[in-house]
Design a protein around this ligand. Sequence first.
Ligand SMILES: [Fe+2]
Ligand SMILES: [Fe+2]
Length: 231
Amino acid sequence: MLITNTDNCKLSPEFLGFCSVYMQRLKNYDPITYYHSMRVAESATLLGEQLGLSEDYIAQLRIGAMLHDIGKLSVPKSIILKPDKLDDHQRSVMENHPYAGYKLIEDICDSKIVLNCILKHHEKLSGKGYPLGLDSDDIPLEARIVSICDIYDALAFDRPYKRALPFPKIESILIKMAKDKEIDKMLTRTFLSNFSYHMRPYTKKISVFEEKKRELESNDNDRQKEELEVI
Ligand SMILES: [Fe+2]
Ligand SMILES: [Fe+2]
């Protein structure tokens, strides 16, 4: 997979190349998390557009959201795929994935927005999140956006340990989480104000993550591209 998201994006081609490699690794290692990450990237982009954020910010947000769970490469499959409740040790390994992802990307990424999405997407405004237990003032907008999109996607799709929930149920859970200061209230309101808008990623193709067909590149320089189907 070659990520060629260059529209209004100031991230370096070298970094985007690393992103391609890491996302391909994630796809091979844990396809469920890979497709989850691609959907969260699209949903975060839509929310960023709803909020009227700048194109450059949204471009970085999209990459940060796509990489938000890249640290799961360091989590054993026996934990990721476990259908039952995790024990304390397994939970601590799982809850280290934001930090593991941050360390993986830190030296090759010059975007604070991307790094914040990875490191802080499980922080809660109440201060009861992980891995840092940050106070609300220290949780940046990009991490708050990814957090909502991440939770929404986790509820809307099957996971090894739970079934997908119906949308009315998801809506009531998100409202309760906002009330309990687990996620941002204003962002939740914006997200829910056009719920169907956020369901779009699950029915349309992602157009920004293009996969070039290498074999076609070598034929007559006919640079045909293929969109990734998001399911
Ligand atoms: Fe995560
Ligand atoms: Fe996630």
